[in-house]
Design a protein. Structure first.
Ligand SMILES: NC(=O)c1ccc[n+]([C@@H]2O[C@H](COP(=O)([O-])OP(=O)(O)OC[C@H]3O[C@@H](n4cnc5c(N)ncnc54)[C@H](O)[C@@H]3O)[C@@H](O)[C@H]2O)c1
Ligand SMILES: [Zn+2]
Ligand SMILES: [Zn+2]
Lengths: 167, 384
């Protein structure tokens, strides 16, 4: 793509009431080049000819910082259950708000528990050791894994004892 | 079909999932022949990217054979072996037309701050990724590129992300002939960035990491100076010292949210998620670059906030440049570089692992076991 410069004289007339408007303009002074190519329609806004819209046949949560659903979107794992409800709530807030991201992180953790419940419901006992890749760890770093297991066990025992003492 | 399936932080497995379908006239379905695990996948794997849903398939670095095409696809045909850029880009919107293919506005409904990315949470569009036997590829007239017949598929898969990202990291550095460049991180991205700095005329390239085997690799691969930050009291002072107390002209952050090296950053950024990942490398980058210098960031951080010395950016007059790599923009040049032997990306691949063993592959790459640099997952049909 060619870098073009904005047509200064053409827009200058709109600013004839402002003394000195544009006298030092240098459209080539663009530190984002070559990452970004100027196209001459920088100021035209949301005006491109949009691609065909993918039919919306699953629930798609939309950032409130945009007016439309994007022309294509992913259809993986639509929101469901409690985590889905939390995600819907999160999307009431913009990407600029903690009210958006923190509930989403919470929903991710809730979703993990839902995943385990779902596994059991389908008669599948998740093999957490395999899922965590402990086979590879045992093969290449048996010491590290042993340490991890020992620390994990110690922490569990301590927490368990503390909980019992409170009662 | 078989597909990697995310179950929660540090828990993944491979299971059967329904075949992907054409959902849009510009879609293609691709039968994957290779897919990599990337440092970016570790942010998902560790549960640090908001809206990473259980059941999703990761994988944004893949190549494969076109199996089926939608009614408006004309750039690729069934049977083509294609490499697929990690960004999903429409080619028509304001941003794509400026060459910002990593910032497309027609591929991600869930967030405006990032374009669509394959297999990268719902925050990047909710697309299932390529760590599977088959994958749906939207905008098949824009991204997918037929692999030249003389190109090794291992080189091709590295062109979907690692090569363009490393190259763009150097490009964004605005390197002037003779400049001293410091690269934080000797993962695949940092290694490629270090190599590419020379292509832009760097005078000196210095890489810091914590793993000796990676430093050893990049020293040979990229002919650069290497140092282990674990052996330093203060990496910023160290860099000042070796740059005549001036700082580097350009510093590249090729680490991102999983950074080690500062207990405070690790606890707040990785353990408790009080910030959007640990910003240790970026902090060091800002403080070790010369006044008036450029910091080029390709390391990935989460969508909220990070602890970085922004006051020093002001006082030192720094320029920060950053982006997701614009793979499509860079591909023609980089394919040339690979074909002419200027870049040899397949040398970074250390492990070829059956797709079925994805859980072990994630562990190996995440814990840097067995001197792992870049693992590639190979589905059953591509092993025959
Ligand atoms: N912008 C993009 O388009 C893009 C594309 C791909 C990857 N990335 C990002 O690039 C980063 C690196 O990816 P990768 O695949 O090379 O990952 P990786 O995990 O293999 O490599 C990261 C390296 O950084 C090192 N490191 C950790 N803390 C450090 C510190 N404080 N200083 C120096 N080095 C440190 C680690 O030891 C490791 O070797 C990730 O954040 C990834 O998300 C960005
Ligand atoms: Zn990647
Ligand atoms: Zn676009």
């Amino acid at each position: 793509m060619e870098t073009k410069t904005n047509d200064l004289p053409a827009i200058a007339q709109n600013y004839s009431h402002i003394k000195g408007w544009g006298i030092d303009a240098d459209p080539k002074n663009d530190p984002t080049y070559p990452i970004k190519h100027r196209t001459n329609d920088e100021q035209t806004g949301y005006s491109w000819e949009r691609p065909t819209q993918q039919p919306v046949d699953v629930e798609v949560l939309r950032s409130i910082e945009r007016p439309t659903i994007s022309a294509v979107f992913g259809t993986s794992t639509p929101p469901s259950g409690l985590s889905g409800a939390i995600r819907r709530y999160a999307f009431k807030y913009s990407e600029s708000e903690y009210g958006h991201w923190l509930p989403l992180l919470l929903a991710d953790r809730v979703n993990m528990v839902e995943g385990i419940i779902d596994d059991f419901r389908r008669g599948h006992v998740p093999n957490i050791f395999a899922e965590r890749g402990w086979k590879a760890e045992w093969k290449h770093d048996p010491q590290g894994l042993t340490k991890k297991v020992l620390i994990g066990t110690a922490v569990t025992v301590v927490v368990f004892m503390l909980l019992r003492r409170k009662r | 079909m078989l597909a990697m399936n995310y179950r929660g932080p540090q828990r993944v497995r491979v299971s059967h999932k329904p075949m992907p379908e054409i959902k849009h006239p510009e879609d293609a379905i691709v039968r994957v022949t290779r897919s990599c695990i990337c440092g970016s996948d570790l942010h998902l794997y560790n549960g640090n990217v908001p809206d990473t849903r259980v059941g999703m398939t990761f994988g944004h670095e893949f190549i494969g054979i076109v199996e089926e095409i939608g009614s408006e696809v004309h750039k690729v045909k069934v049977g083509d072996h294609v490499l697929v850029p990690f960004n999903i880009a429409c080619g028509k919107c304001h941003f794509c037309r400026q060459g910002l293919y990593g910032n497309c506005h027609e591929s991600n409904t869930q967030a405006t701050a990032v374009g669509g990315i394959f297999g990268y949470s719902h925050t990047a569009g909710g697309y299932d990724g390529g760590q599977a036997e088959f994958v749906r590829v939207p905008y098949a007239n824009v991204g997918p590129t037929v692999i030249p017949p003389d190109m090794d598929p291992d080189d091709a898969v590295m062109l979907t992300d690692v090569v363009p990202t490393g190259y763009q990291a150097a490009e964004m550095g605005g390197i002037q002939p003779g400049d001293t460049v410091v690269v934080f991180g000797a993962g695949p991205v940092g290694i490629m960035a270090a190599r590419c700095c020379w292509l832009f005329g760097a005078g000196r390239v210095i890489v810091l990491d914590q793993y000796e085997y990676r430093l050893e690799f990049v020293r040979n691969y990229a002919n650069c100076e290497v140092y282990n930050f674990k052996e330093m009291d203060d990496p910023v002072v160290f860099i000042k010292k070796i740059t005549d107390w001036m700082g580097a002209d350009v510093v590249i952050d090729a680490v991102g949210a999983e950074a080690a090296g500062s207990a405070l950053q690790t606890i707040t950024g990785r353990k408790t998620l009080l910030q959007a990942g640990s910003a240790t490398a970026l902090h060091w980058a800002i403080n070790s670059v010369k006044k008036g210098g450029i910091v080029s960031i390709v390391g990935v951080y989460g969508p909220t906030d990070n602890l970085v010395p922004i006051g020093n950016v002001v006082n030192k007059g720094l320029t920060l440049r950053a982006n997701q790599a614009s793979v499509k923009r860079l591909l023609p040049r980089l394919i040339e570089h690979v074909q002419n032997g200027i870049l040899n990306p397949k040398a970074l691949i250390t492990h070829r692992i059956p797709l079925e063993e994805a859980a072990d592959a994630y562990r190996m790459f995440s814990s840097k076991l067995d001197n792992c640099i870049k693992p590639v997952l190979i589905p059953p049909s591509a092993r025959m």
